[in-house]
Structures are given as C-alpha cells and as structure tokens.
Write a protein that binds this ligand. Structure first.
Ligand code: UDP
Ligand code: MG
Length: 346
C-alpha cells in the first residue's frame, strides 16, 4: 500500500489553512520549521509534550507548525489534540482511520510539512525538545540530515546491559555496516531533515528507521548530535521484542534497494552465471567419463549436482531479467529520477 496517497484513508481536519489568506488580505508566509509527531495512544503525554515543545520552538526565534498525526489511537489522544489545537493554531491535526503504523504517520506528516526544515520526534516525552536547537545548528552548518544520538540511554547494571545495550549496539552496527551510513543510534526518533530531502523519499512498511540510509542514496550529508533521553512516564512502548527480526528483514530490503535496485541483473546474473558455469563444467566432466571411460553415471550424485546448478543458474538469470523489468516499471511509472542534483549554475 502506498501511504503517500493516504488522503482517502484519513480524516484530515480541514483547517482554513493556517498559512493562507490573513484578515487584512496579506498572504502569510509558510512556517520555517515543521515538527512531525506520530501519536498512538499517548493521551497522557500530549499536554506535557506541547507544554515543553512550544516554548522550546519559540526560543529558536523561528516560525513553526506542529503536525500531529493521530495514528488511529483508541484512547483520548485525539480529544486531547483538539484541545491543544484550540489553544494554539500552530498545532495541525491529522487523524488516521485506523492504526497504520509509525512509518505511515511520518509519511503523512512529511507530505503536509511546509517548513524548510522538518523535525521528527516521539510523542511520549522520551525526546527532549530542548535538544532541537542543537539539530538546527547542524542543519545550518549545511547538513541535510541530522540524527539524535541518545548517549546516556543506559542505566547502570548488568540487566540493562544485556537486554538493551547489546541488542541495540548490534542493531546499529548491523544497519551501519549494511547500509554504509554509520550512525550510533538509528532508533532515535529525534531527527531533523532539510525539507527537499525528506520529500523526495517514498516511505512504506516500517522503513522510517532507515531514513538516513535511504536518503544516502540521494547523496545527502548526515550528521549526528548527542541528545538527552528520558524514560517513558506514561503509557507503554508500542513495540515488542519481535522488532529485532523485522529490522533485520527490513535491512535486507534496504541493502538491496541501495545497491542493486537499479541493476538487479548484475547481482542475480552474476550468481546465475557462476552456478551455470559450474554446472556445465561438472556436466562436461561427467559426459567425458561416460563417453571415454564408459563409467556408469547412475550412482553418481555429482550428476544431480550438475543438473541442480544449471537449473539454479538459469533461474537466477531469469530472476535478474525480471528484476530489470520491474525496476524499469518502478522508475518509469513513478517518474523517479535516477540521479539527484545538488545545484546547477547557468
Ligand atoms: N507510534 C505510532 N504508531 C504506531 C506505533 C507507535 O504513531 O503504530 C508512535 C508512538 O505514539 C510514539 C512513537 O511512535 O510517539 C514511538 O513509539 P514508541 O515510543 O512506542 O517506541 P519506542 O520508543 O519504544 O521505540
Ligand atoms: Mg518511545
């Protein structure tokens, strides 16, 4: 399912666009910052969050909008959001018809963001709004993507070390090595993006965790800043231990998309040719044995292997060609460019 065209799937409250025509007839400017908050059953956290977030944003001296995406919450989250919206027009609300997941919520926010810089964070008070200026400073330095790094995330103690530190360090190492974009903390939701970068990325599935890596495909610069991290006060985490396996599977997808999605024949074709060649060599050897030495092939497992290798080889090459056709359809049907331009002169 393509979440990018989610307008039919959600009830988006129609605000007389925050930034349209003002009373005196002047057309107001779009805000400079867009904050995107995915929300699933966070009713208790929301008032506290906005209480911290709004002053922190005001302190940056920039205009902003806070886009809250209620991802099909079953608690009072949306009612809370409506109250907050009534107090502050800069809060915009999007309500999904059901729980579509954090990636979809991010995508809905990115589609609507008007600011030049888009900032994402968790709605559960685990990220600290006071860190936002740090991210902005890095963006100003010229980076396209800035990721938070929750440095002091671990309480002392063996239990925390084994259940949290080891899995998380392994996951970050795996993703960093697999994608070539080295980050200490892929899981930190507090991130800042230049708007054109985030808008050029099509998200689906659970791929929000890999945005910096996917963005690297377009040749962006990525920076990391240490940020504060707090434990959850209200509600509970929406993810269990199964997240680890899903992240590994997603990593395979991302790795493939990053390196071979535009030339599948090169990876499948190579494996196919290798297998085919080996099969042919073994087959030729067996044929010689049969013809010259009159050897019986009935009890030679090698014959089976040769046949298997040839068949697998042909399959792989066919798969590569199918991949080529799919990739062509993908790029042509979506008008996806195969390159991105940083700037142009003249
Ligand atoms: N979230 C969401 N949809 C989901 C699951 C989570 O919008 O299906 C939101 C959730 O409300 C929170 C953020 O995504 O604001 C991160 O979720 P959570 O805190 O449960 O993840 P964790 O911090 O445990 O990684
Ligand atoms: Mg959280």
């Amino acid at each position: 399912m393509n979440y990018q065209t989610g307008s039919a799937l959600e009830t988006s409250l129609t605000f007389s666009q925050n930034f349209g025509q003002e009373e005196n007839g002047a057309v107001s400017q779009p805000p400079q910052l867009s904050i995107v908050l995915p929300i699933y059953n966070e009713a208790e956290s929301l008032p506290h969050l906005l209480e911290e977030l709004v002053p922190a944003l005001e302190a940056t001296g920039r205009t902003f909008e806070i886009i809250c995406i209620d991802d099909g919450s079953q608690d009072n989250s949306f009612a809370e959001l409506q109250k907050l919206r009534a107090q502050d027009e800069r809060v915009r609300l999007v309500r999904f018809r059901r729980n579509f997941g954090q990636t979809a919520a991010f995508a809905a926010g990115f589609d609507r963001a008007q600011g030049e810089v888009v900032i994402t964070m968790d709605a559960d008070l685990q990220n600290d709004p006071a860190d936002i200026p740090l991210l902005l400073a890095k963006i100003e330095e010229g980076y396209d993507v800035v990721s938070g790094w929750r440095v002091e995330r671990w309480q002392e103690g063996l239990a925390s070390f084994i259940t949290r530190k080891i899995p998380s360090t392994t996951a970050n190492w795996l993703i960093s090595t697999g994608t070539g974009v080295r980050l200490h903390d892929y899981g930190c939701a507090l991130k800042a993006y230049r708007s054109d970068v985030i808008k050029s990325i099509n998200l689906y599935g659970d791929l929000h965790r890999f945005i910096p890596a996917i963005a690297s495909y377009y040749g962006v610069t990525v920076a990391e800043v240490p940020v504060n991290y707090r434990s959850r006060k209200f509600g509970r985490s929406k993810y269990g231990i199964s997240r680890i396996i899903r992240v590994i599977l997603d990593l395979l997808t991302v790795r493939f998309l990053l390196s071979y999605s535009t030339r599948p024949i090169q990876i499948f074709g190579l494996m196919g040719l290798g297998s085919l060649a080996l099969g042919v060599v073994i087959g030729a050897y067996l044929t010689l044995m049969k013809l010259i030495y009159r050897e019986d092939l009935v009890d030679r497992p090698l014959l089976l292997l040769a046949i298997l290798l040839v068949m697998v080889g042909v399959q792989f090459i066919t798969m590569g060609l199918l991949g080529e056709m799919i990739s062509r359809t993908y790029h042509e049907s979506q008008n996806k460019p195969i390159y991105t331009v940083r700037e142009e002169v003249g």
